[in-house]
Design a protein around this ligand. Structure first.
Ligand code: PLP
Length: 387
């Protein structure tokens, strides 16, 4: 029997395989395990999106292969949304490529840009797909540590010059998964300048731009004047509109990059179901009040979690955005030990930070995406623990 490619065999082992086994064991033993680990909104997609999809699904015009580059009216809706939300002007024909969820585009970006041995700068801790995509293209991920003392922003000055010379892409992601850190335009300006200086395409993953609290409105990196010369931004309807299951997102910005990623995609996929694109238009053109009301619900959960953690002595900062709380583990534990102790003692699952990279050690992540009554139950259990 032939074997899978070396690039598959070389992928890092799935850290949580053992952990999944422990959770399954706990459940099999009759414990009601509450997972606070999953970053997938439990709240439904908006009614106006579901209705638009129902109408489109019933229309035979949308049952055929979709257009490779996405429906023109979907690209126009993306451009309208970027204009309204960020004041960023985009050419729907040359600066937008719709994606089957942003994960797909993030992974394929390496196919478009990375030759064997090329370096890609990736955050650590970070969303794993930046480095996995790189490895699948036989590239070399170079990690940029995100440290609390730097506000979980990468220290661009710490990147060795020879590495910068070999790098094709740099990934940044604010609001950030998993640290919940946010970045201002001054940081984005520094990243764009770094990209220009070293001839590296800046890739900003803005998946959480519209999950924000206390009136905060996270910016787009493309608000930096001239950024389109050096940068692209990935976006998704998944978190903005509770639409993770629909698989729809976009990459926008630099025209050459849009063309390159589009060229990969036309050869490996056949676009997004047209009915989903019609639903996407309804989402992007929908009322801002829907997003605000949804965020108010996540904000209540954030306040509950932060309050409980602080009461049990796990001091934690209050995030302004994202679906996550990133908190230091108590003294004397590493992140996996701590998560397993909480699983054993309280039947609550918290994601150990090391799952997001070596620099995530010493932290755990809680998601805000659990139904209120389950979250309250989990927090009551945590309050009864002592560390
Ligand atoms: C930082 C980040 N980027 C991208 C994604 C992918 O989202 P999707 O593929 O649903 O658009 C996620 C999903 O969790 C994420 O956390």
């Amino acid at each position: 029997m032939t074997t899978p490619a070396v690039r598959i065999q070389n992928l890092p082992p799935y850290l949580f395989a053992e952990v999944d086994r422990r959770i399954a064991e706990k459940r099999a033993a009759g414990f009601d395990v509450i997972s606070l680990g999953i970053g997938d909104p439990d709240l439904p997609s908006p009614d106006f999106v579901v209705e638009a999809a129902q109408e489109a699904v019933a229309d035979p015009r949308y049952h055929r292969y979709p257009d490779y580059y996405g429906r023109a009216e979907f690209r126009q809706a993306i451009a309208r949304w970027y204009g309204r939300r960020f004041g960023v002007e985009l050419d729907p024909n040359q600066e937008i490529v719709p994606l089957i969820g942003s994960k797909e585009g993030i992974a394929h970006m390496a196919v478009a840009y990375v030759d064997p041995g090329d370096v890609v700068l990736v955050p650590d801790p970070g969303y794993p797909v930046y480095s996995i995509g790189t490895l699948l293209a036989n590239g070399v991920p170079f990690t940029m540590p995100l440290k609390a003392e730097n506000g979980f922003l990468p220290d661009l000055d710490a990147i060795p010059v020879d590495i910068a010379h070999r790098a094709k892409l740099i990934w940044v992601n604010y609001p950030n998964n998993p640290t919940a850190a946010t970045a201002d335009l001054a940081f984005f300006e520094r990243v764009v300048e770094f990209g220009r200086r070293h001839n590296i395409l800046v890739c900003h993953d803005n998946a959480y731009s519209d999950v924000a609290y206390d009136g905060y409105r996270p910016p787009s990196l493309l608000q930096i004047p001239g950024a389109k010369d050096a940068a692209v931004e990935f976006h998704s309807l998944s978190k903005t509109y509770n639409m993770t299951g629909w698989r729809v997102g976009m990459m926008v910005g630099n025209q050459q990059a849009v063309e390159a990623l589009g060229r990969v995609k036309t050869n490996v996929d056949s676009g997004i179901f047209d009915a989903v694109q019609m639903a996407g238009i309804a989402a992007l053109d929908g009322p801002d009040s829907w997003v605000e009301e949804r965020n108010a619900r996540f904000q209540q959960r954030r306040d509950l979690i932060v309050g409980t953690l602080n009461r049990v002595g796990l001091s934690v900062a209050q995030p302004r955005a994202s679906l996550y709380i990133w908190a230091p583990v108590p003294d004397g534990y590493n992140s996996v030990d701590f998560s397993l102790k909480v699983l054993d003692d309280a039947a609550v699952w918290l994601t150990p930070g090391v799952g997001f990279g070596a620099h995530g050690e010493g932290y755990f992540r809680i998601s805000l995406t659990v139904a209120d009554h389950r979250l309250i139950e989990a927090l009551e259990r945590l309050e009864r623990l002592s560390f």
